[in-house]
Design a protein around this ligand. Sequence first.
Ligand SMILES: [Zn+2]
Length: 454
Amino acid sequence: MNDTANFISKETINMLSNISLDDVAERLGHTLRRSGNNYALFCPNPNHGFEKKPDTMISLSKGLFKCFGGGGCGCRGNNAISFYSWHTYGSAEKEYFKDSVIGLAEIYGIPVKFENGKVIKNDSVQIVPKQRAVMDEVPAQPDEICNKVYRRYLSLCPLLEDHVKEWRERRKYSDSEIQAFGLRSVPTSVEQANQIVRTLLEEGYNLDRIPGFSKALKVNGDPANEDDWYWIIGMQGKYYLPVRNELGLIVRLRVATGRTDGKAKYVWFSSDPTSPDEIKNSTVYSRDRLRIGGAPSGAVINVTVPSKLLKLWKPGDELSHYFDTSVAIVTEGEHKSTITANYTNQLVFGLPGAGNYQDLIPLAKRMQIKKLVIAIDTDAFVDKTKKQGKNVIVFQHLQNMVTLCIKEDIEVVLWCWNPEDGKGLDDSLLNGVLPIEIDILTNDRKVVSLPYTG
Ligand SMILES: [Zn+2]
């Protein structure tokens, strides 16, 4: 290491960041399968472990890559340097940045310039890399606006008998819990969806950049003519699960897909717009897939409270006015969070996936949480289907979370349960079995008792 580590020139970083992701992936030996504007490949993270099929996506229009295999190992990024870093070091943490820049530059024979004028020349033959399409991610509307549109939208969506039955029987929600949670079915026909969109527009709601809504082009429409585009709703999936922020605003919708084929059981209600380049280069044959006006949902943490409190919580109010928020339980998924909140009478943070914890500590600090209880599925410790007997990736996420908490002076404990009592914490609780709490620093263990007093 030397003192130039942090001073690689912007010029070099920009040059390397603009290399197209498919170009660097192929040069690193990955096999890419193209479908539309995306590529599928096996995860570049060497720690990912065995994969049956290529579940990592490169989106050319967005200039992103992301691993979805087994819920995702956290491998994701938006430029060639981070791709190189994941491929080479199994991580894109800062500590690998400089070596990744140098390694990537070497592949292309690009000299690495430092701010102090020093240059690492590369003797290898210079290759002109393919440049990536430049498109900034479209931001969604602020939370307050999304909240208003989603609340009205949900109120217009149907409640299908099958779904209500599932919520009552499988999830054991009472009708008033279903109501408080705000569960609703996805519209079942195009006519119904169109009617809902019409109502929203007539009532003056602006659907622009609300994730899940987007405009499609009329048949034989001209992409350049604004009037040839009309609002639509993505209609895949069974029902919606509202996702709330710390002020109780419904900021995103999660969609239960009802899939049992190993594909995602939950997806985001999201609407990535097509890149302007792709619209410009579209032909009459590809125009039915063009979308404008939408925004990607991102992956947000679901702030969940017991249903009886949810009924009282006025959107926009700070939760601490109603409820003790010194402790929060961290788990995954919307149903799990709600069931856990109801059974423990605690605040629960539902992570969209075990790897999506980057926003956890900032959220905990904003809410002045003193203690986090990490209750991630037990396959982090025991997974007989995995060679090492534990799911290494989830375990890694868990370790990272604990380290972050300790760094920020937030007390942290783990909740564990026997997988035979239920795969998720919700299953275990529904089966009447309380978890075991492990103090990370002392390794003390005790059975959790309710009411939980921290
Ligand atoms: Zn992966």
